[in-house]
Ligand binder design. Structure first.
Ligand SMILES: *Cc1c(COP(=O)(O)O)cnc(C)c1O
Length: 717
């Protein structure tokens, strides 16, 4: 069992298994908290001797045994969705390339939603038993940690990740030494190694150039997520795309499909083409053949958001690769240009990705449409509708996002349901029925359909759960604010226990502070919002969090504005900003808030996923009709800001959206939340929560999403 626990810590399966987490936590509650829920590090804190002794406790040993059995059965299950529907992917998996993966707070190698999506994709692929291998980079300083200075300005600091204390295993060769591959960058052969992350059944390899044989600037290539300037960027992308293919070959993996999650990985097309040329094909034929192996998911609805590199940079970075393909620099540039002959065009990764893939997709219906319009220029012979870009709407890994409190709630419900099964003769029948495991139920529409039924779960129970979750968030926020305050030597936080009201309508906003997301939009209505927060009968409060990109001063100004308001305006006490947004903070917020606010400038939110994390917790979305919400909202399962249109003029749009936001708040949200019956229960509000659970949760999960990818793109007929 001691070995079993070590193995378990090295497989991220535990991050979506509640009982496994509880065991690591119980081994050392303080380490669990101080080491930020890092099972590997906790296992280092607890000696094997202590473990053996702890396992003398029969009850504890029984639980450990059960978790390890479940883990073994999970890994060994041969009757998965993938085994039945996509058996060929077992030997020829999908290779999924992404510059970031967000799995869990202990492995901070994601900058935001793109990475979290990749992580949730992988977890679902594992659950479904689909042949899969992921490729990314091992950023040894990860994504930055956020601290706010005395001017309320975001500053960044980095902590070194130690692979020994992370759920990563070195990839070794037959001699048991690190497997080393190389890739050409500029005029150097750069070596790299890889770390393997076990995500249930799915391996993800993280490439790492930090090797003594490399020059220092190449060693630092994998220092940070999207770190450095555009030179770093292009070299990181060479490593990801070209290096990723090389690693797979060194491991003997022969993927049936290469899936580029965003354009960062598009250089893989070049390596696959080179391979074919090495076995005798001509360039054009090799590229066409490569195209049949690749698919591409785009995430960026603005032209400026796509990675582009200058001719000089491409010539510098890709010199050897260009030569290897037998192309002139000008011909090479053409691969990344809409019009290959147009010398003024930069090299665009999205163009290369589109050119090198058999199918492409956006991440929501509207985003599919916007992408077809944006890239019509590449397919001028057909109409906009004929542009070969479809869509698969994003989702989340439902079980992974479900807070422990909520899992326990549903588990008790399922257990109770079993006990109220018919008695007498029929008992024999029911006892043959396997127990309802939450793990199996959460992805079934039939399970969520039960939420419409007050016999299964009453309004009072849902409302009690909402109070509990809101209380947990507020206590989490107070703790965080205490720590934030301390770092400045502030001591006016005595009143912290009065900060935030556990009964007030709590509105959350947390995501990257990219300016198009317009974090401070609601405060355009400052005078009105002050009235709302000060309303004694029907108070409203706001919790914000999020990081701006280190070079995005406009985003940092938004953070500064929100923090300033939270400290020095009439909103103080009713508005807080939590520093250092990450997956853990996200989980607290999407569960504890009553309303999840999303007000991007339409149509710039390709999908958005944070709002999808709310449904299981009974938190409702209040959102612009953009991305996934435009498909998810049905008039009964949350709230919309404005309608399915937007003016072209940005100022006009901002003005209209902030007015509509205020209107929705005051006409629908606040009255809805505070419309209570004689028992103090808001029946109509809870009806909305039920509708959100029934209609949104099963649809906006990565189980549905991955099956869509499989049926549309991965499984070749
Ligand atoms: C879900 C999530 C996101 C994505 O949020 P959006 O609202 O879709 O932008 C970003 N960061 C973290 C940490 C998340 O958990």
């Amino acid at each position: 069992m001691v070995t079993g626990l070590h193995q378990l810590a090295h497989n991220l399966w535990w991050t979506w298994n509640q009982e496994a987490q509880e065991i690591f936590q119980e081994l050392s509650p303080r380490s669990w908290q101080n080491l930020y829920h890092n099972a590997v590090a906790v296992m280092h804190e607890v000696s094997d001797y202590e473990l053996r002794m702890r396992l003398q406790d029969h009850e504890f040993a029984r639980r450990v045994h059960e978790v390890l059995e479940n883990f073994k059965n999970y890994l060994g299950d041969t009757e998965t969705w993938g085994a039945i529907n996509a058996p060929k992917l077992k030997d020829n998996p999908v290779a999924y390339f992404s510059a970031e993966f967000g799995f869990h707070e202990t492995l901070p190698i994601a900058a935001g939603g793109l990475g979290v999506l990749a992580g949730d994709h992988t977890k679902a692929v594992s659950d479904l038993g689909l042949g899969f291998v992921g490729i990314s980079l091992f950023y040894r300083e990860g994504y930055f940690q956020q601290a706010i200075n005395a001017e309320n300005w975001q500053t960044e600091y980095y902590t070194l990740l130690n692979p020994k204390n992370l759920p990563v295993d070195p990839v070794l060769n037959a001699k048991g030494e690190p497997l080393i591959c190389t890739v050409w960058m500029a005029t150097s052969q750069v070596s790299f190694r890889a770390w393997r992350v076990n995500v249930g059944r799915a391996p993800v390899y993280l490439l790492d150039t930090n090797l003594p044989e490399n020059e220092q600037h190449y060693r630092d290539l994998t220092l940070r997520v999207y770190g450095g300037d555009s030179t770093t960027r292009i070299l990181q992308e060479i490593l990801l795309g070209v290096g990723g293919v090389r690693l797979l070959r060194a491991l003997g993996v022969q993927p049936s499909t290469f899936h580029m999650n965003e354009g960062h990985a598009a250089f893989l097309v070049l390596e696959l083409t080179r391979e074919k040329m090495a076995s005798g094909m001509k360039f054009e034929q090799a590229l066409q053949s490569t195209k049949q192996e690749c698919i591409f998911t785009t995430h960026t609805p603005v032209p400026a958001g796509h990675d582009r590199f200058s001719r000089d940079l491409v010539n510098y970075g890709m010199l050897k690769i260009t030569q290897g393909l037998g192309l002139t620099p000008e011909q090479f540039m053409g691969l990344g240009r809409v019009n290959p002959a147009d010398k003024s065009e930069l090299f665009c990764m999205t163009v290369l990705a589109l050119r090198g893939s058999r199918a492409a997709n956006g991440v929501s219906e509207l985003h599919g449409k916007v992408s077809r319009e944006m890239w019509h220029c590449m397919y001028p012979n057909g109409t906009v509708d004929e542009v070969p870009i479809g869509h698969v709407t994003n989702g989340i890994h439902t079980l992974g996002w479900m807070k422990g409190t909520v899992r326990r709630f549903w588990r008790r419900k399922l257990a109770a349901e079993k006990m109220t099964m018919p008695t007498g003769e029929e008992t024999a029948f029911w006892s043959k029925k396997p127990a309802l495991h939450l793990e199996n139920e959460v992805n079934k529409p039939e399970f969520w359909a039960k939420m419409a039924d007050p016999e299964f779960v009453s309004d009072e129970e849902i409302w009690a759960l909402r109070f509990k979750l809101r209380r947990e968030l507020i206590e989490f926020a107070r703790r965080r604010l205490l720590l934030q305050g301390r770092s400045f030597g502030q001591n006016d936080f005595i009143t912290l226990d009065q900060l935030l009201n556990p009964s007030a309508l709590t509105i959350g906003f947390a995501r990257r502070f990219a300016t198009y997301k317009r974090a401070p939009l609601i405060f355009d209505q400052y005078e009105n919002v002050v009235k709302l927060v000060k309303d004694q009968e029907r108070p409203v409060q706001f919790i914000f969090a999020g990081k701006a990109h280190p070079r995005d001063d406009e985003g940092k100004k938004y953070i500064q504005k929100v923090i300033h308001l939270s400290k020095h305006s009439e909103l103080a006490g009713h508005l807080v900003f939590l520093e250092n947004y990450d997956i853990h903070v996200a989980r607290q917020m999407v569960s504890g808030c009553d309303i999840w606010l999303n007000n991007p400038r339409r149509p710039l939110e390709a999908s958005g996923t944070s709002g999808q994390k709310c449904g299981v917790h009974g938190c409702l979305n209040l959102s612009i009709m953009d991305g996934w919400w435009r498909e998810g909202y049905d008039g009964t399962n949350g709230f919309s800001i404005g309608d399915d249109t937007h003016p072209d003029n940005v100022e006009e749009q901002d003005k209209r959206d902030s007015e509509n936001l205020y209107k929705a708040l005051t006409e629908e949200v606040i009255p809805g939340f505070y419309n209570r019956d004689a028992n103090g229960v808001p029946r109509q509000w809870i009806q909305r929560i039920r509708r959100a659970m029934v209609t949104l949760v099963p649809e906006y999960g990565t189980w549905r999403m991955v099956q869509d990818y499989a049926n549309k793109y991965y499984i070749q007929k």
